[in-house]
Design a binder for this molecule. Structure first.
Ligand code: SP5
Ligand code: ZN
Length: 355
């Protein structure tokens, strides 16, 4: 077997070195490492995928889904942090939020623009784990270039392409970042496809609920958003969102679908859930597809308790391919360095097998 769809990437992903994550107040090593993308690239090249360098997309295209305040913040967060002296005293070499502009704190009051960089971080970050370092902005911005270049290749070729995005994006919302995500890569690809194709679907197979993608299109009937994930209510990120009852609202009512699965779920129930989302997207009239391709549902991944195998990912690829739609794959999570490349490759091969 070989992979014929192009893989789009940017070496600028390497500029993002999260430097771990602050989890329950403790700086832990973290798993969203630069090596992830290198492993995937090597494996797909080995299987024949043509490598394409991302083109720089204009900011107006790339950033249109986000609040300009979030964009301005992310672009300047590291410089503000460094200038504040926090790197020396108390000696924190990444941007970490200090308190949060929680709705329970603010009520109806418009918050002050705080002078303290650690306070400002808590206006835009919704967790403590998603750290910002010197190259984070450049890398996050390049991941959007990768996603948009991929969508353009799909539109030009009418077939499929793969976006090797890093950092990932499906947890980023219009105005906030978290879950190792800063900017919404898959959503940007979906918006690009929807511009040309009308109604499109995002099917998110990452082990975690795609809360950012969901929220960006929650009221939009023309971007169907479906996600299969480990049940957040059972103790998994993002904890507060991802229930089956979240179905979209207003004109988007019915255009969001969540399939939470119990910890320990393996191939058969997981691939059935993916197939169900495929049927839902077809019945909903999707003319294009974005696959938010996290491979952290694999057994052995350190960030999720799902037990999907390489054969499960291949089966998911076949189901997605059988839809016959112009398709952009966008990389999300997947943290087991030994298997991340093969798992992505199996999915893409299954997809091409079914075309
Ligand atoms: C894109 C993506 O997959 N984001 C997932 C982020 C979930 N991170 C939650 C991390 C929770 C703390 N991890 C501790 C691991 C201890 N083994
Ligand atoms: Zn994930």
């Amino acid at each position: 077997m070989a992979i014929s769809m192009p893989m789009v990437w940017s070496e600028r992903h390497r500029l993002h070195e999260p430097g771990g994550e602050v989890w329950v107040g403790v700086r832990t090593p973290g798993t969203e490492l630069p090596e992830r993308a290198e492993r995937i690239r090597r494996e797909l090249v080995r299987r024949g995928a043509p490598l394409v360098e991302a083109r720089e997309a204009p900011n107006d295209d790339a950033l249109r889904l986000h609040d300009p305040a979030l964009v301005d913040y992310l672009a300047s967060a590291w410089e503000r942090w460094e200038a504040s002296g926090l790197t020396a005293d108390p000696g924190q070499d990444r941007v970490v939020p200090y308190l949060f502009a929680h709705p329970g704190l603010l009520g109806e009051v418009e918050p002050i623009e705080p002078a303290a960089p650690a306070a400002l971080a808590g206006r835009f970050a919704y967790d403590t784990m998603t750290l910002i370092g010197p190259g984070t902005w450049a890398a996050a911005r390049s991941a959007l270039d990768v996603a948009i270049t991929t969508a353009d290749l799909v539109l030009d070729s009418d077939t499929a392409a793969y976006a090797l995005c890093r950092p990932p994006g499906h947890h980023a919302t219009r105005g906030a970042f978290g879950g190792s995500c800063y900017l919404a890569n898959a959503a940007a690809a979906a918006a690009r496809l929807a511009d040309q194709l009308g109604r499109v679907a995002v099917i998110d197979v990452d082990a975690h609920h795609g809360n950012g993608t969901q929220s960006l299109f929650y009221e939009d009937p023309d971007v169907l958003t479906g996600s299969v994930h480990v049940d957040p209510a059972a103790g998994w990120f993002p904890h507060f969102l991802g229930a089956a009852r979240e179905a979209g609202s207003g004109p988007g009512a019915g255009a969001n679908r969540n399939v939470p699965l119990p910890p320990g779920t393996g191939d058969s129930r997981w691939t059935e859930a993916v197939e169900g989302l495929c049927r839902w997207a077809r019945q909903g009239g999707a003319r294009g597809l974005v696959v938010a391709l996290g491979v952290d549902a694999a057994g052995g991944d350190p960030e999720s308790p799902l037990e999907v195998t390489a054969e499960g990912y291949r089966a998911a690829g076949r189901a997605l391919g059988a839809l016959g739609l112009p398709t952009a794959f966008v990389q999300e999570g997947g943290y087991d360095l030994a298997t991340i490349g093969p798992l992505v490759a199996e999915t893409l091969e299954g997809f091409e097998q079914a075309r």
